[in-house]
Write a protein that binds this ligand. Structure first.
Ligand SMILES: Nc1ncnc2c1ncn2[C@@H]1O[C@H](COP(=O)(O)OP(=O)(O)OP(=O)(O)O)[C@@H](O)[C@H]1O
Ligand SMILES: [Mg+2]
Length: 510
């Protein structure tokens, strides 16, 4: 049995209303990259949380290096050399990188458990060594609040390595990264494997599994469907096994019928906190029945364009018109009620109230008017009816239906809830920022269909995505942002994926 470093035998975990893991058995060899694939809500994060000591299984046994263990806490998991990078990071914003990495570690206890007296210099050095060895560059003295998502992730990885983790669990690490950052991370993961670590990788992206994983376990609604040898299995087979039906990778798109102009942006400029322009004099317009997609490498001003339209960031120049009306100086609430739906990039921060029920979240932008509110009284049946209908149409999966607390829902199902709510507003302008990030392939297919239906129903759609495939598949018109400027606006059929890719790198004409 020594051959396996991790064995989970007959694991069952129940939550109210749902069996999240149902008699799951997996065995992982030392030094392999083991992928975990499954639809949103299939039970991937739950299974790994038990290996990391966040939950204990209701039934079943866990063996680490052949020894039976009851992993009772993350600290206990760390003692067993198990580390995890979570789907939603867990870092302290106003601490430095070093402080976050050593937080709760041994040296702190020796120095009276008082953080400022930790040997920060020595830790800085150890962290620098680790980052050099694995190509995980960070400046240990920077604060978390001042670093971007991919650097935050590196901090999480360094945190595991600092604690000498041998079994590394990554929960959807690539969902938050750009294509370039993904390649980089996959290199790091290979490097970690080469140095003898065992890796468990949760991802929805089949190409990533194909690229790095040795074996892949597939979960479906809590049950293990199979464990595959990756090299000898096609991505299509994996997809079909996971969803339980044939998945089509292409979108069916009808010819566009454009109507009147809905959104018009004239010479918009947005400055960041330091007063530097991040959106420079950008102008474009979107008509009824048109999907206008903004392509670009992350951080080139795309999300700021969206925020400037919804009013989340103040703009310092230019004008915005919605159906001919000047909305430049309106509040966020006024803009939304004048007809804007918005699926934001950061769903946990802006999109949801995590401690409210699913029904409440699904009506979050409408509760103050009919049918949800009559004569100042909230109408329970209206919430229930609306919630149940959306759960069905958008296939939102959770333990207790409309009464589920959103915090307990799987990441992908939280995202589906936001999309459902925003599409249901039937706004004339719909802004989708990275709508399918973190969704399984079946759910992506469904959301793409919904976006196209809205376009065919005459809505104006702004799609901002880092996924070139998504842009090419859906867009009627494509604009590329580079360094705050809109470099090129052209009908989608006149551009190849290659050309768009080159504009994204700042090439001015192809
Ligand atoms: N703490 C909890 N309380 C109640 N239900 C929970 C809790 N954690 C998870 N669940 C439920 O268990 C099921 C499995 O969730 P899990 O987060 O493991 O899914 P997942 O496979 O990681 O999905 P995703 O790809 O969307 O992240 C879901 O239906 C979820 O609602
Ligand atoms: Mg998950």
């Amino acid at each position: 049995m020594e051959e396996y470093i991790v064995e989970m035998r007959h694991i069952t975990k129940r939550f109210p209303g749902i069996v999240a893991n149902d008699d799951v058995s997996i065995s992982i060899k030392k030094g392999e990259i083991f992928a975990l694939l499954g639809e949103n809500g299939a039970g991937k994060s739950t299974l790994m949380s038990m290996l990391f000591g966040m939950y204990e299984p209701d039934e079943g046994e866990i063996y680490i290096r052949g020894q039976k263990v009851n992993i009772t806490s993350p600290a206990h998991a760390a003692q067993l050399n198990i580390g995890m990078v979570h789907q939603h990071f867990k870092l302290v914003e106003n601490y430095t990188i070093t402080e976050n990495i050593v937080l709760g570690q041994e040296p702190a206890a020796r120095f009276l458990g008082f953080l400022p007296s930790v040997d920060i210099k020595g830790s800085d050095k150890k962290i620098e060594e680790l980052s050099r060895r694995y190509g995980l560059e960070v400046d240990p003295r920077k604060k978390i609040e001042d670093i971007n998502v991919s650097t935050r992730q590196r901090v999480e990885i360094l945190k595991m390595l600092y604690r000498e983790a041998e079994i590394l669990i990554f929960d959807e690490p690539t969902a938050v990264l750009t294509p370039q950052e993904i390649e980089f991370l996959l290199d790091i993961i290979r490097e970690l494997r080469n140095s003898g670590k065992t890796i468990i990788l949760i991802t929805h992206k089949l190409e990533e599994i194909k690229k790095v994983a040795d074996r892949c376990a597939i979960l479906c609604r809590g049950k293990l469907v199979g464990v595959l040898d990756v090299a000898s299995t096609s991505t299509k087979t994996m997809a079909n096994m996971m969803v339980g039906r044939e998945v089509s990778f292409t979108v069916d798109k009808k010819p566009a019928e454009f109507g009147a102009e809905v959104l018009k942006i004239e010479g918009r400029t947005v400055k960041n906190r330091d007063g530097l322009p991040v959106v420079k004099n950008v102008s474009f317009s979107i008509r009824k029945g048109e999907i206008f997609a903004i392509a670009g490498v992350s951080g080139n001003g795309q999300t700021e364009v969206a925020d400037a339209i919804t009013g989340l960031v103040p703009a310092s120049g230019g004008k915005i018109f919605l159906n001919g009306k000047d909305i430049t100086d309106m509040s966020v609430r006024e803009r939304i009620t004048s007809g804007i739906s918005y699926i934001p990039e950061d769903r946990q921060d802006v999109g949801l109230v995590l401690d409210f029920s699913l029904a409440e979240n699904l009506a979050l932008k409408e509760y103050f008017h009919e049918p949800f509110c009559r004569k100042g009284i909230l109408q329970n049946e209206a919430f229930e009816e609306h919630g149940n209908r959306l759960i069905k149409e958008y296939d939102i999966r959770s333990g207790q239906g409309i009464s589920t607390t959103v915090r307990s829902m799987s990441g992908g199902n939280q995202q589906k809830a936001i999309i459902a709510r925003e599409i249901e507003l039937s706004s004339e302008l719909m802004i989708f920022v990275q709508p399918t990030r973190g969704l399984d392939i079946g759910a992506i297919e469904n959301i793409h269909k919904q976006i196209l239906e809205q376009r065919d129903a005459g809505r104006a759609i702004l799609l901002i995505s880092l996924e070139l495939d998504e842009i090419i598949g859906l867009a009627d018109t494509i604009g590329v942002m580079y360094n705050g400027e809109m470099l090129n606006i052209a009908p989608a059929e006149t551009l190849t994926a290659n050309q768009v890719g080159e504009y994204m790198m700042g090439v001015k004409s192809v």
